[in-house]
Design a protein around this ligand. Sequence first.
Ligand code: SF4
Length: 335
Amino acid sequence: MKNNLKPNQRKSAYMQITRKCNNDCIFCSNPAFDKEIDIHELEKRLHFYKNKKINEIVFSGGEPTESLILIEAIVLAKKLGFKPKIITNGVNLSDLNYVKKLKKAGLEHLHISIHSHIDNDSDFLTQKKGHLKKTLKGFVNCLEEGLVVNVNTTINSVNVKYLSHFINYLIKKFPQINHYVFNNLDIGESDKNLRSKAGDNTKIIAKFTEMELELSKTVKLLKSNGKTFRIERVPLCYMDEFEQFSTETRKIIKEESYRCIFIEKGREDIYMELHDPRKERRHKAEICKICNLNCICAGVCMEYSELFGDSELFPVFKNPKEIILRVKGGFNEKN
Ligand code: SF4
């Protein structure tokens, strides 16, 4: 793995700081339980990342704003030279004073997860009544405080029916937001231990054929509004003309790694470093052997293939070099 960073090159890593959560999303890939780290352990873990030449740290969970040490964690990360970020459901950011404290601690950039703009659907997806209003207030507070906010959303069987309307709603409501991240559901064990709730609630999984049209409409909408975006866990045969926005394809081409320290249930916490998304809980079908994009596609999640088979996949006969060039050329880089 390359360790020599160009000036301003990001080398990021995730750190779970609590597994508590104030939502109970029915597809959660890191289900909640009552365990968190204290500030001394956090400091040790930051030094561990420092030694690995990480320069951007993403505090996650669980819900990181449920941790009493988040403010201290941000201060410490800044002091050690990291750019701190958080991934949050935004519910606790409905408290403007708390947002001001995060900003004062040194937070400049965060990802807020939101999965629908419709109250009933949001209540169902997060299993918490009324949290959508709080999350939306969280967006307002962060943007008013001048923080850079990215949107994270899952693609699921509920929002897939109106994904482009949902994103259009966010574009209109929050024109300051420039970057969107779409995560198709992780069905298996992200830490190779605890199963995603989507694996128990399989009706919440959207099939590729169900998302194809709405995903394409959403991409056109984002492009026409000058937004950048990434799409994870969707094979390239369902990303025609926007393959360069595949999170995994970019990682394969740029040889980027994923790093996370997981808080573990009933065993010691673990550090995971993954170098090639094609090798991690992924599956390729027989048909992939004749697909020109095989070399830059991560395929599908193993668990997806076990549930639905491979009949949705089809080979693509494009030249992968065009996609490699689009990725390497820095086309539509995110901020
Ligand atoms: S056929 Fe297989 S290798 Fe080709 S794009 Fe689809 S999943 Fe990827």
